[in-house]
Write a protein that binds this ligand. Structure first.
Ligand code: ZN
Length: 768
């Protein structure tokens, strides 16, 4: 007798192949499906192209033709949730899962599918349709009467009225509550007013008492059958775990015997394990095995999947085993923040000694506070963060510290909220700010020495609601200019951009939204021409990159040292090259254009989306089109996209649909003109996977995407004639410009990033 469902002849059957990314292909199967295949070859309709896919990319294969089946005797109905968000009710064999997939027979006979093949990667969760109570009953763990009594109790808890709870918790009788409700009814206020509010209004209970009762009600409503059975002593925790494991088809593990692999502990850090009450066992770079004692909690799966980028496999164990394993295995790992936490522990002790004292009286000069702040500053520097955000919580919520790394914010530490004032005050002292002033924004600089290096931070203190103050620190002068060759220019843009830098005069603009790396690019450009023969002045706000040879000025609008002011001073100071951090106003833009017409090379940035939009913006600002056209050497629009992690990115062959998708975004006409590759099944693309090097995200570092408009004769003429933006864009394309999107897609084809990232930075992140 076989134990699995076996389909004997699925070859040539018509099927819908659903991929893990959600797209669906209609096709004919060209081979028989069984649990042990690792690839699947199909004949795709309607083009009849033969395609081979890794089973890892497939979620389900839904057979449309009737097929011959060998069915085992014990079939169980289960509900399967797939990673694509679909739910299927199917009958499967009662055996444990082996191989890469299995068949399920649809419970509903009216579905168009005769049989569904599920892959292991495509399954998010499996759950037996039978209730926990039924399974316990069938296993003879509990008696019918006990089960029924407990179910009745659960029902009662779910329906418990707030009045009932209040009367059981306070001295107010049920009768009094009923009377108050009646009274409100006759006054026509019921049911708009809630019982709890009514009782508060009458002065019978306090707000706290009501909140307490509401919490009690919520707790009762959420109470699961298993919990009740344990409370009543009818089953043990182990028995419940076993039943839940059976219901959710999870293997049971004994954590006292299992040894986690070190990657698993890195991938799921202590804080996450503690919060989700899970214990990670294995991480092989793509799959993460995690033990839970709450198989019913789907959010654990979703969170881990999102957080680690891995395929999650949950296994079951008891709560006690998880708690023991966490304290046993994580104690060994230590990181800088552990020292911070140790410091906090010392502080907590100290506080207890000074009982009665307000925790807020913790002083900013306390050596532990000094240490914590120093460690955060150094930790962020070591992690190559560009900014540190300190965000006080409200009430019990912790002070959250987020780092911006590679352009994205991520929570780095959470510290008990009562340290917030001392920590913010300490930062203010380091930056020579007024610690008594807590209602107005303040800004300053912090300089620390670490390993013979000076690290500089710009601090911005902003008052926020609830009498709090947020602090944001930007790490300055830690950045070094990269050679232009390492900036991710396409060879063609690099050559064109370099040649623009050789002109003795004219203006070059680098444009894009905040955080698109404009200043870094300008510094790399300056690095290229920073030679003894040239005098280079820069005006910046703030000075983020320092280069020997450049004469750099920090703009200070507060004391009247504006961009325009500094620029006028430069013109009297014998410059060859002038870099202006940003052209924010008409005056600065006008002076810059004039300077570039009188024998100086001027570099600057502008907060615009595209090369063409920059021209229009300057003319709208009031810049004379003729002057600007004469001055213009080029406009470089830039974005930063996340780069696929080199350690884990995975080659694959895109489907024709996906290829056409890329081509359509690029523009089919230009795709051909630019001789982009034509479709062939073995065309390689890369996709993200996630590993310990990239924090499981699949991305590591960033990559610039460019659009370079060169001020050619034709372009200059068009600007002078105030030609519309669209026409100028077409002209520039004709003359060889690639749009941001085109440059990005070319980089997708080179396997450096993916389309998601390119679309994100080229389409959604724009200046409004
Ligand atoms: Zn990686």
């Amino acid at each position: 007798m076989n134990t699995e469902i076996i389909a004997t002849k699925t070859k040539n059957s018509k099927a819908e192949v659903e991929f893990v990314d959600g797209h669906i292909l209609r096709a004919f199967l060209t081979e028989d499906l069984n649990p042990h295949i690792s690839t699947c070859t199909i004949l795709v309709e309607p083009v009849h192209s033969l395609q081979r896919y890794a089973l890892d990319d497939i979620c389900t294969i839904r057979l449309l033709d009737k097929v011959e089946l060998n069915l085992p005797e014990d079939l169980v109905a289960i509900e399967i949730n797939t990673v694509t968000g679909n739910t299927y009710r199917v009958k499967v064999s009662d055996e444990a899962l082996v191989g890469n997939g299995f068949f399920g027979l649809p419970v509903d006979e009216n579905t168009p599918y005769s049989l569904i093949f599920f892959t292991v990667v495509g399954i998010k969760s499996r759950c037996e349709v039978r209730e926990v109570g039924q399974i316990l009953r069938s296993q003879g763990v509990i008696e019918s009467e006990d089960l029924e009594a407990t179910l009745a109790e659960q029902k009662k808890l779910r329906e418990r009225k707030i009045g009932e709870i209040i009367s059981s918790q306070t001295s107010i009788s049920h009768q009094v509550i009923e009377e108050k409700i009646e009274k409100a009814k006759t006054e026509g206020r019921h049911p708009r007013i809630r019982v709890g509010d009514l009782l508060i209004e009458e002065g019978l209970i306090t707000k706290e008492q009501l909140e307490h009762a509401l919490a009690e009600q919520e707790k009762g409503r959420r109470k699961k059958l298993g919990e009740l059975l344990i409370e009543k002593g009818l089953i043990t925790e182990e028995q419940l775990v076993r039943v839940l494991a059976q219901k959710f088809r999870m293997p049971i593990v004994d954590l006292e015997r299992e040894i986690p692999n070190p990657h698993a502990l890195e991938t799921v850090p202590f804080e996450i394990a503690q919060r989700l009450k899970v214990f990670p066992l294995l991480d092989d770079g793509t799959k993460l095995v995690v033990a839970t004692w709450e198989p019913t909690n789907y959010s654990i799966y979703d969170y881990l999947r999102f957080y680690t980028g891995r395929r999650i496999e949950l296994v079951a164990t008891t709560r006690k085993q998880i708690e023991d394993a966490i304290s046993r295995h994580y104690a060994k790992a230590s990181s800088l923040i552990d020292y911070v936490i140790e410091d906090l522990a010392v502080l907590e002790e100290k506080e207890e000694l000074e009982e009665g004292d307000d925790a807020l009286s913790l002083s900013e000069s306390d050596s532990q506070i000094v240490n914590i702040v120093n460690k955060i500053l150094i930790d962020a520097y070591n992690k190559e963060a560009s900014d540190i955000h300190l965000e006080p919580g409200v009430g019990e919520h912790p002070l959250t510290i987020r780092y911006r790394i590679d352009g994205l914010c991520k929570i780095a530490h959470q510290i008990p909220n009562h340290y917030r004032k001392a920590i913010i005050s300490r930062l203010k002292i380091m930056a020579n700010l007024d610690i008594a002033e807590r209602r107005k924004p303040q800004s300053g600089k912090i300089l620390i020495k670490y390993q013979n290096r000076k690290i500089e931070y710009r601090l911005e203190i902003t008052p926020t609601v609830g009498g709090n103050e947020d602090a944001v620190l930007r790490l300055l002068s830690s950045a070094k200019p990269l050679p232009l060759e390492q900036m991710g220019f396409s060879p063609r843009n690099l050559e064109r951009f370099k040649s623009l830098l050789q002109y003795p005069y004219g203006i070059i603009l680098c444009v894009g939204p905040t955080g698109s790396g404009k200043t870094t690019t300008l510094h790399s450009a300056l690095g290229q021409i920073n030679t003894e023969e040239r005098k280079i002045w820069t005006a910046e706000d703030p000075v983020e990159i320092v280069q020997p040879g450049l004469r750099q000025v920090q703009v200070m609008p507060k004391i009247g040292l504006t961009f325009a002011e500094v620029l006028r001073s430069f013109l009297r100071a014998d410059p060859d090259v002038i870099m202006i951090g940003e052209m924010r106003d008409f005056e600065t833009a006008k002076t810059a254009v004039e300077a570039s017409l009188t024998g100086h090379l001027v570099l600057s940035t502008l907060h615009t989306n595209s090369a063409v939009e920059t021209i229009q913006r300057l003319i709208e600002m009031g810049i004379d089109p003729v002057n600007f056209a004469d001055a213009l050497l080029g406009v470089l629009a830039q974005r930063l996209a996340r780069r696929l992690c080199d350690k884990c990115k995975e080659p694959y062959h895109p489907s024709r649909d996906e290829y056409e998708h890329l081509m359509n975004y690029y523009g089919a006409y230009w795709w051909e003109r630019h001789e982009m590759p034509s479709y062939r099944p073995e065309l390689p693309l890369y996709r993200r996977v996630g590993c310990s090097f990239c924090d499981g995200t699949g991305y590591r570092g960033r990559l610039a995407v460019h659009e370079l408009l060169v001020g050619t004769k034709k372009i200059k003429q068009a600007i002078k004639e105030r030609t519309s933006g669209d026409v100028i864009k077409d002209l520039a394309l004709e003359e060889g410009m690639r749009t941001l999107l085109q440059d990005g897609i070319a980089k997708v084809l080179q396997g450096e990033t993916d389309l998601d990232q390119v679309l994100k930075v080229c389409i959604s992140s724009t200046v409004s």
